[in-house]
Design a protein around this ligand. Structure first.
Ligand code: NAP
Length: 237
């Protein structure tokens, strides 16, 4: 796989950090973007190399940050959007709803605006995005998280259809609970480790599926719960 280049957006912690380690171990050159620096001591010394750019995807300069990364460290074979935030609605505070959509969904769309024309011009490339199994459930306690992920999955699935014939792959990844600071609830059924999640992402790099749901059992459980929610809506609540 030697000397391929990846750009990871949101990789200083959690799943992104775990995936960065696996890519570097497999010989990839990796460029990362996030608000804080990645602790280089956590990375393997060889064989791939690593660059990091400090950038907040909510800032107007995010697009320029992507363009600069492409010019300096690209062209990239793989771009992975991992940024995600989830704020529960506590004490009727709706103050971070728009921010959640901007961080989770709009930053993906901005990434696509910069990266997809480059991939299409090259005639190859792989865009991966981390949605969630939460894209398929109505979440009263975190409506903006579930809704932003629903839009995320629909957007990536549509792009996958559009770009496939042009040699560009798009993969929508839907995890259940992964053991990071984001999964902070009391109940975390079917939770997997960051290392397991990173291995699933490496499998996606090799197989390039349009969608990866993991664990599948949790995806099935959520689908059943969603049907029950739909029935409840149909019956009038
Ligand atoms: N953990 C789970 O249970 C789970 C389940 C399903 C899906 N997912 C999805 O998987 C993705 C990664 O989740 P995770 O659990 O690894 O989260 P995490 O541990 O909280 O890490 C999030 C990463 O995104 C970066 N980030 C957050 N806001 C940013 C911003 N405004 N600008 C730039 N970078 C930003 C963070 O770095 P800085 O703070 O340094 O900016 C960090 O590197 C998310 O999209 C999440 O929705 C997670």
């Amino acid at each position: 796989m030697g000397n391929q280049r990846a750009l990871l957006i949101g990789n200083s912690d959690g799943i992104g950090l775990g995936f960065t380690k696996h890519l570097i171990q497999a010989g990839w050159s990796v460029t990362g973007i996030s608000r804080s620096a990645l602790d280089g001591a956590q990375l393997p010394n060889e064989p791939g190399d690593y660059n990091h750019t400090i950038c907040n995807v909510l800032d107007p300069g995010f697009r320029q940050c992507l363009t600069t990364a492409w010019a300096k460290q690209g062209p990239f074979d793989l771009v992975v959007h991992l940024v995600g935030v989830g704020y529960g609605l506590e004490r009727d505070d709706f103050g971070r709803e728009a921010e959640t959509f901007r961080a989770n969904l709009v930053s993906l769309v901005e990434t696509v605006e910069v990266v997809m024309p480059e991939f299409l011009a090259m005639g190859h490339g792989h865009l991966m995005g981390l949605s969630s199994i939460a894209d398929d459930i109505l979440m009263a306690e975190a409506p903006s998280y579930g809704a932003s992920k629903a839009g995320y999955s629909t957007y990536l699935n549509s792009l996958a259809f559009r770009s496939k014939k042009r040699g560009v792959s798009v993969t929508n990844v839907r995890f259940g609970f992964v053991d990071t600071k984001m999964a902070k609830g009391a109940h975390r059924p079917f939770m997997i480790s960051v290392d397991r999640a990173a291995k699933v992402l490496m499998r996606c790099v090799h197989k390039r599926p349009m969608q990866m749901t993991y664990p599948k059992t949790m995806g099935a459980v959520i689908r059943v719960l969603r049907r029950l929610q739909s029935l409840r809506i149909w019956l009038g609540g």
